[in-house]
Design a protein around this ligand. Structure first.
Ligand SMILES: C[S@@+](CC[C@H](N)C(=O)[O-])C[C@H]1O[C@@H](n2cnc3c(N)ncnc32)[C@H](O)[C@@H]1O
Length: 225
């Protein structure tokens, strides 16, 4: 089961996805979204990414959703801040200043959960290693959930492209046609960059993958009719 897989990864500290630096795609592209100071950025499946601390340092508010309690505890510990913890229907809610993390299953989260703490509306969804972390069968429901939680806020989305015959996910390859299937009815999709990152991806190199391309996307909400 999906939850057991991720809980086991955190329990055994198998965190190949966790980067020791702020993601360059985030740094390079965030300004182009034109967010106001204090804007709310939603990070689904956030882990303990260093991107959160960087976003807070830039003056934004951050809302995360993360299954693993270990991940959330380590996130706050590494940020060196003391959380206030209470409950929500799906787990525990951890808060400090501009940061709120809903620990639990993102599929249990509702847009209403986000309101009482003055978190909603969401101004930007930053999806790094979230959509691509989920197997194909879960991705349509995930995309629906992101649309519902954020009311189709703009997105900075990072995906990977590689030949699935060469290695099993996660991360799974997610091709442009699939992104369009999930999101084109609500967003205009714009490819921001693509780069073969095989050289810096040890797991993929060792598995014999021949091409491992990281693609950044801007998803801009379409005007509703
Ligand atoms: C590949 S990691 C990416 C973490 C983070 N975005 C990063 O860039 O480091 C995927 C994360 O999603 C979490 N996760 C998996 N399924 C989830 C779910 N249903 N609800 C909330 N979090 C989930 C896992 O525990 C894991 O930390």
């Amino acid at each position: 089961m999906q939850h057991d897989f991720w809980q086991a990864r955190w329990e055994s500290d198998q965190l190949g996805f966790h980067l020791a630096f702020v993601h360059p795609i985030l740094k390079r592209n965030l300004a182009s979204f034109g967010l106001q100071a204090g804007a709310r950025i939603f990070l689904p499946l956030c882990g303990k990414t260093l991107d959160i601390g960087w976003l807070l340092d830039q003056g934004y508010r951050v809302v995360g959703a993360e299954l693993s309690e270990i991940a959330v505890a380590q996130l706050f510990e590494e940020l060196k801040v003391e959380p206030v913890i209470d409950e929500w229907a799906g787990g525990r809610r951890w808060q400090h200043a501009g940061l709120t993390v809903y620990q639990g299953d993102i599929f249990q989260l509702t847009a209403q959960d986000l309101r009482p703490v003055e978190i909603g509306p969401i101004d930007l969804v930053y999806d790094r290693a979230a959509l691509v972390a989920l197997p194909p069968a879960m991705r349509p429901a995930y995309a629906e959930q992101i649309l519902a939680l954020s009311d189709a806020a703009p997105q900075l989305l990072i995906t990977f492209e590689y030949d699935p015959a060469e290695k099993d996910g996660p991360p799974f390859p997610v091709l442009p046609a699939e992104i369009a299937r999930h999101y084109a009815s609500r967003y205009t999709l714009e490819e921001l960059s693509r780069k073969d990152v095989l050289q810096s991806s040890l797991n993929f190199r060792e598995a014999g993958v021949t091409r491992f391309v990281e693609v950044a996307w801007r998803l801009s909400p379409k005007q509703s009719a």
